[in-house]
Design a protein around this ligand. Structure first.
Ligand code: ADP
Ligand code: MG
Length: 682
């Protein structure tokens, strides 16, 4: 059987070499390419009452020709045709440029439909399109395609019609009947017809719904198939430990786990026990309690007789984590050590020896962990915190220090669910979407620059109560192009303003890491009360006594980043505040400020950010690995995406999918896209 979809467009009667050349320039070679070249909008012929139409608005009217058309030529080949048209009780004038042939087609009393711009003062429509006959009955929507070269929109419509007439019966149905029934989807044949030539908005909606579902399902099938294959090919560690002991450990924690924490712990533990290698991303908003989840997973690996490693991007973070993990694991008789570049000489040598023989169970550190001299006796679990801070290469090196250890990535950068389920193809994702009870909401205010005086007074009041403040500036040096505050200037301004009453620190990316650590240490010990900084403090830093976060030129930051910065306060028991100093010019800028003042929910914010910026911009262009969907829009069609994802997961893990004829087409698709042949494996 020949698959029509893959036949060249020249198989369509009426499409010759020349047209097919033009199509090729647009990336259309097969009949399938043509039929899935979707319109980007539709011309609407809905008739409106002229009384409701504003000056210069585009309108469609239907009426009867009321006067002989008069034709005049001007310039050289230009012409202008005018006639009177009776529309209901209005008598208006219609003007058509450069269509002299219409003169002989328009006879008195003939019904015509005109689309054009309405000039209210002259009671005239300048026609963009004129069709003889009535279209109001069908209320047809005409497709508008983007075209190139010799192809016109009208030409496209004609070829599309030809293609459908000749081949729509041969359009195969890829989806199994069961799915079509469950969601009452249109068949592919119906949907393809209606996406090009919808007879109503309802038809258009149904056609889109069907085709978007299929598009998302195929995409998700690929992801899930890939993941399944990768898992099954991976030789991981089947961690074997007493669940009771782990339960006991969880019982004696200083607080009960939240529901979300329990759920992700289960997901992680299940992966760890399986013989496949875990490759999981743990997402949780700042303060959602990822550290204790990490501690539980690390304890589980130790219970199974392995060692665990936690890698973090900065020394400060490493120290913080080492401190909290030691506390959490204190009673469990587990040895936890910190390994950074500051651990030197004899102590370092000892520590490395202990690691190599397995006398250290859990090690926490920075890049120091991936140095060649670091060896483990038996590494079972690797966790990296703020994973986007590490390169792929660094994560690989750490992973290879064991024999296929399980891997968990943690991040507080809320990734919108939409992106999380489309762009982390090969990773499983766990989400902590619940905050521990009793957290105080950070109060967020948006002020204009002229109110700075009051902001400074506010900082002072908090500092006098014994609290501390961050002041964040976008750039460290004067830039000619960008009119932004620089940290150095702000620092001297504050020093001047507070006249030596408080100690004011300065932190930016030009400092060496020792200098940065020194500044942070001084701040965390309250030797410095106000810290002026660029965004280097963004991630993970924990100074619970800091209650004020002032962000200069806040409109320059994306929502996700603003939220990260805000997360540096509100970590202790005191009420905390975030003050956005911004005079945004654009509407989106203002919108961002408003959203920040309205919600503290990182996931909600990231969804909004995605809507405001579009998926391309979210992680920086193309980095996101977002596929280009032909029809689907991950933001707008999110519900469909979620349904398709669940369906794909179920299908891939069902026996039927791999054996039943109903799924034949889908299996073929996976084969052809190279997923099943192992080409895509790393
Ligand atoms: P993050 O996810 O930002 O790394 P942390 O793990 O640092 O968050 O947790 C933030 C704070 O919340 C810590 O002080 C931690 O002890 C506390 N915490 C974590 N889980 C809970 C819980 N279930 N109940 C109460 N407090 C919790
Ligand atoms: Mg953390």
């Amino acid at each position: 059987m020949v698959n029509v979809w893959q036949q060249p467009v020249t198989q369509i009667k009426g499409i010759g070499e020349e047209t097919s050349e033009a199509f090729r320039d647009m990336g259309i070679e097969t009949i399938g390419d043509l039929l899935t070249y979707f319109p980007f909008r539709y011309e609407d012929y809905e008739i409106r009452d002229l009384a409701d139409v504003k000056h210069d608005e585009k309108v469609t009217v239907e009426g009867k020709v009321h006067s002989e058309p008069s034709l005049t030529y001007y310039a050289r080949k230009k012409s202008r045709l005018t006639f009177r048209l009776l529309v209901d009780h209005y008598l208006i004038t219609v003007v058509c440029f450069n269509r002299p042939y219409l003169k002989n087609k328009l006879s008195i009393n003939e019904t015509v439909t005109v689309i054009g711009k309405w000039d209210q003062h002259r009671q005239t429509i300048t026609a963009m399109e004129l069709k003889i006959g009535s279209f109001s009955q069908s209320h047809e929507l005409e497709p508008v395609y983007s075209t190139r070269g010799a192809l016109t929109v009208k030409g496209m419509r004609r070829f599309m019609k030809l293609a459908l007439e000749q081949f729509s019966d041969a359009i195969e149905e890829p989806l199994p009947a069961s799915i079509i029934q469950t969601y009452r989807l249109w068949t592919k044949k119906e949907a393809i017809r209606a996406i090009h030539f919808p007879r109503s908005y309802e038809e258009l909606k149904q056609a889109r719904r069907r085709l978007v579902y299929e598009e998302f399902l195929l995409f998700q099938l690929k992801i899930h198939a890939l993941r399944k294959i990768q898992r099954e090919h991976s030789q991981g560690i089947a961690h074997d430990f007493s669940v009771e002991k782990l339960q006991q450990f969880i019982q004696q924690l200083p607080f009960p786990l939240t529901g979300a924490q329990k759920r992700v712990v289960q997901e992680i533990v299940k992966d760890m026990r399986s013989p496949y290698r875990m490759n999981r991303l743990l997402q949780g908003d700042v303060g959602s309690g990822k550290t204790v989840v990490a501690a539980i997973a690390l304890y589980a690996t130790v219970l199974s007789g392995y060692q665990g490693a936690l890698m973090v991007p900065t020394e400060i973070l490493a120290e913080q984590h080492a401190h909290s993990l030691k506390q959490l694991l204190a009673r469990a008789n587990v040895s936890v050590e910190l390994l950074t570049s500051s651990v030197k000489g004899k102590r370092r040598k000892e520590m490395l020896e202990k690691l190599a023989v397995g006398q250290i169970d859990i090690v926490i550190g920075t890049h120091a962990l991936i140095q060649e001299e670091v060896n483990f006796r038996q590494l079972g679990l690797v966790i990296t915190d703020e994973q986007h801070r590490f390169g792929v290469e660094q994560r690989r090196i750490l992973r290879e220090k064991g024999e296929s250890p399980d891997v968990l990535f943690m991040t507080a950068t809320p990734i919108p669910r939409t992106l999380a389920i489309t762009s982390f193809g090969e990773m499983d994702v766990s989400i902590i979407d619940e905050m521990p009870a009793g957290r105080k909401k950070i109060e967020t205010y948006w002020v204009k620059h002229y109110m700075l005086e009051r902001v400074l007074d506010f900082i002072e009041k908090e500092v006098q109560k014994g609290r501390q403040a961050y002041v964040i500036c976008p750039l460290i040096e004067e830039s000619e192009k960008l009119d932004v505050q620089n940290a150095i200037d702000v620092h001297s301004m504050l020093v001047h303003h507070y006249r030596g009453k408080y100690r004011i620190g300065l932190m930016h990316g030009r400092l060496s890491s020792e200098e940065k650590d020194a500044v942070m240490k001084a701040f965390s010990q309250n030797e410095v009360q106000i810290l002026v900084s660029t965004t280097v403090v963004e991630v993970g830093v924990n100074v619970p006594n800091a209650t004020v976060m002032v962000i200069y030129d806040a409109e320059r930051f994306g929502l996700a980043q603003l939220h990260q910065l805000r997360g540096r306060v509100g970590r202790g028991s005191e009420q905390s505040y975030c003050i956005l100093v911004a005079d945004p010019k654009s509407e989106t800028g203002k919108e961002r400020m408003r959203i920040m003042t309205e919600t503290n929910d990182g996931f909600l914010l990231s969804e909004k950010d995605l809507q405001l910026r579009g998926p391309g911009d979210f992680f920086g262009t193309k980095q996101s690995g977002m596929p280009d969907f032909k029809l689907g829009d991950v933001v707008h069609d999110y519900r469909i995406l979620e349904v398709a994802r669940n369906d794909a997961a179920k299908l891939i893990n069902s026996r039927a999918f791999w054996h039943d004829d109903a799924y034949q087409w889908l299996r073929l698709y996976l084969h052809e896209s190279g997923v099943l042949s192992g080409e895509k494996l790393d």
